[in-house]
Write a protein that binds this ligand. Structure first.
Ligand code: PMP
Length: 443
């Protein structure tokens, strides 16, 4: 039987059957296939308010998927609803320069250390592509260095070795570059060198083996897409030094960390300045908006028009206004502080509940974004291949129990929880209760 907090999900089932007849696979993004609910079909969400979302059957959930971190202020935040209503009434886009995009670029400049110049895009994938283009354009090189298990969007250039299986991953010291999907040309794959994360010796070796070759080294400073693994002390600094020595553009993919792990993102949290950074998710507060921003030297060929980047929808008044409103809130340390404190309490509750029941696990990340990993020894993961040893079935069971108690989180165990500023004390208490009960149900 289901706990009373969750009723049936029959209407989601019906919509999925209907969707499969028109949408390829019934979905609009490959990751939504894994976003199933307690039953083997995706949940159809229909509304949200603050920290809560509601499905088409009327079930309510406390939301820690949070549209992958985008709804950082909470769903239907009054400031956004009012501000965007004004834009809706006066024209959403003109395909021209506009005032809110300038205000937003200035805000990003103020908050982000590396952001000497900014360009906008509509999604994380697109902005990553823009950053890669800028790096290649500025250096005249084509090869990229990326890290196993890090995710940078679905486009060809970096959809490589996101989640290779043990069979296809190759030797640890020299991982194979494994395309994430059929349809990625061999030439693109040849241009990418893959390295294990958080391993100083492997990193030095890969730079030594490819002197002067890399246009860019790209990483997720906190690996949101690999169970929120944290950088080992000194690793980001080493990566910075090697990139400087090799005149390689260091790109931080801050699509998840940006404006969430503090005002300036991971680069201020860790005190390491990349040459370029990519933002999305929290930046748009729930609207499609992304940016890449960086130092003059790398952005200059783009500024002069020599390196090309376009986009009909880039920083439309509607989306740029959403960005301005969202960043003005996130620029207040009280807001990010609240997000962090809420998240830390949830992390601590998971740790305590697991300890009480002698279930080995680690809770890794920061308050604003974190993940629980059921490692055999209860130690955090260091790099991608540590996830081969995780008890993934236990994670799935935990997530399922939470969902039955009205707590919605990412169904993919190597992703993470995202926390909004809208969680009330009562909602936090209910979340913690659901965690306790879910652990009790696991044993
Ligand atoms: N980079 C990172 C770190 C991401 O988490 C994502 C999306 N999950 C992307 C890039 C791609 O962003 P989008 O889905 O908006 O294209």
């Amino acid at each position: 039987g289901r706990p009373p907090s969750l009723g049936g999900t029959a209407l989601s089932a019906e919509w999925f059957e209907r969707a499969k007849k028109s949408l390829a696979g019934g979905i609009s993004s490959s990751s939504r296939l894994t976003s199933t609910g307690p039953d083997p079909y995706p949940l159809y969400m229909s509304s949200g308010s603050g920290a809560r979302i509601r499905d088409v059957d009327g079930n309510e959930y406390l939301d820690y998927l949070l549209s992958y971190g985008s709804a950082v202020l909470g769903h239907a935040h009054p400031a956004l609803t009012e501000g965007l209503a004004r834009v809706l009434a006066s024209g959403t886009m003109f395909g021209t320069c506009n005032v809110p995009e300038v205000e937003l670029a200035e805000l990003i400049q103020e908050l982000v250390p590396c952001a000497e110049l900014v360009r906008f895009a509509n999604s994380g994938s697109e902005a990553v592509q823009g950053a890669v283009r800028a790096a290649r354009g500025a250096t005249g090189r084509s090869r990229l260095l990326k890290f196993e298990g890090h995710y940078h969007g679905w486009t060809d250039s970096l959809a490589i070795s996101n989640r290779p299986t043990p069979e296809e991953a190759g030797p640890y010291e020299a991982p194979r570059a494994v395309p994430h999907s059929p349809g990625i040309p061999a030439g693109v794959v040849d241009d990418v060198v893959v390295c294990p994360w958080n391993d100083p010796e492997a990193l030095k070796a890969v730079f030594a083996a490819h002197p002067g070759e890399f246009a860019a080294a790209v990483c997720e400073p906190i690996v949101a897409n690999n169970a929120c693994g944290m950088p080992a002390p000194g690793f980001l600094e080493l990566l910075r030094d090697l990139c400087t020595a090799e005149r390689t553009v260091l790109i931080f993919d801050e699509v998840c960390t940006g404006f969430r792990t503090g005002q300036g993102g991971a680069q201020t949290l860790f005190g390491v300045r990349p040459d370029l950074a990519v933002f999305s998710k929290a930046l748009g507060g729930g609207l499609p908006l992304a940016a890449f921003a960086g130092v003059r030297e790398v952005m200059e060929p783009l500024a002069s028009g020599q390196v090309k980047h376009g986009g009909t929808y880039n920083s439309s008044p509607l989306c740029a206004t959403a960005g301005v409103i969202t960043l003005r809130h996130l620029a207040d340390p009280a807001v990010t502080g609240r997000i962090d404190a809420t998240g830390r309490q949830i992390m601590e509750t998971i740790r305590r509940a697991a300890r009480d029941r002698r279930i080995p696990c680690a809770v890794q990340g920061v308050g604003a974004m974190f993940q629980v990993v059921f490692t055999p020894d209860g130690q955090p993961t260091r790099e991608y291949r540590d996830t081969f040893r995780l008890d993934r079935a236990r994670y799935d069971a935990f997530r399922h129990e939470l969902l039955l108690r009205g707590v919605h989180s990412n169904a993919y165990g190597l992703a993470c929880w995202f926390v909004s500023a809208a969680v009330t004390d009562d909602e936090l208490a209910r979340t913690c209760e659901a965690i306790e009960e879910s652990f009790a149900a696991l044993v």
